[in-house]
Design a protein around this ligand. Structure first.
Ligand code: GLU
Length: 291
């Protein structure tokens, strides 16, 4: 009994030393904080470990893009930091894992990440494998073309079978555009990341890139001399945070955190500091869907 108590005290002491060591070390990480969560919950596990693995994009300006700092930057990255902070984990303890569109369900199922924040549209097909907190933003599919091209004005411009359009494997826009082309095999070009589509458009191997408006706006902002948008959004893409399918407690926790961020100004600040600089609008805070 006595030994047990001593061991318990030692564990508490070790935890507080660990927390102190997490103090702000000048990289904006902030301090870790021991918080009490339901025993056995993902929140308790992550808080105790003082570490969280976040799947995000590394090539999407405004949402998740790895720059010279070596760490990704963008709206998704800021949303992940807000959630980590609510878990008592400083941003310096977030491990960023690149999660291109087609691997997002895989990395959640295989426990390679604790959550995915990666321009990730909530839909029923994905919900068969994973669960979504959110939405925290609503984007819409659009088309980007070369600046000097006025022949493409919307998805119907692919109906005559002459134009090639690029998107990313495993994305909702890749599936949607197939409904608008005459011949999928010759017209739809798929890569694993959007920066490859952007390069193919610039290099004239394809005539357009299609994905969410906000991703395209990021590319246009970085190279306005080369690219422009062609038309209006033609789908709705509500962005959610992917977690394990049966982890309802963690999903509820993230939904609570998102709702707090909508009202305390941190969600809007995250947007204004990132994607908000590229001409997209934030709109009113969405209603989270606690299914
Ligand atoms: N939001 C869409 C999706 O989840 C397109 C963006 C992306 O591929 O990340 O598939």
């Amino acid at each position: 009994m006595r030994i047990k108590r001593v061991a318990a005290l030692a564990a508490v002491a070790a935890l507080s030393i660990g927390m102190a060591a997490c103090g702000d070390n000048g990289d904006g990480g902030g301090a870790g904080e021991a918080k009490s969560f339901a025993a056995g919950s993902t929140m308790e596990k992550l808080n105790k470990a003082q570490k969280i693995r976040v799947g995000t994009k590394f090539d999407q300006p405004g949402f998740g893009q790895k720059g010279l700092s070596g760490k990704p930057e963008g709206f998704d990255v800021e949303i992940a930091k807000i959630i980590a902070k609510d878990l008592g984990i400083p941003e310096s303890k977030i491990e960023w894992v690149e999660a291109p569109s087609k691997v997002r369900e895989d990395v959640i199922e295989q426990d390679k990440v604790d959550m995915v924040v990666a321009t990730y549209t909530i839909n029923d097909k994905r919900k068969e494998r994973i669960a979504f907190a959110g939405p925290y933003y609503e984007a819409g599919q659009n088309i980007m073309v070369r600046k000097d091209d006025s022949s493409i004005t919307g998805p119907d411009s692919f109906a005559d079978g002459t134009k090639k359009v690029c998107s990313v494997t495993g994305s909702t826009p890749a599936e949607e555009i197939k409904k608008h082309v005459k011949d999928v095999a010759s017209q739809v070009v798929l890569f694993d990341t959007y920066d490859k589509c952007r390069d193919a458009l610039k290099g004239k191997q394809v005539d357009a890139v299609t994905t969410d408006n906000v991703i395209l706006l990021g590319y246009i902002a970085k190279d306005e001399a080369s690219f422009k948008m062609a038309g209006d959004n033609f789908t709705k893409e509500p962005y959610g945070i992917g977690v394990k399918k049966d982890d309802t407690a963690f999903r509820n926790f993230i939904n609570d955190t998102l709702e707090k961020s909508f009202s305390d100004g941190s969600w809007k600040k995250a947007w204004d500091d990132t994607a908000g600089k590229f001409g997209a609008t934030l709109g009113a805070a969405p209603t989270v869907n606690r299914y």
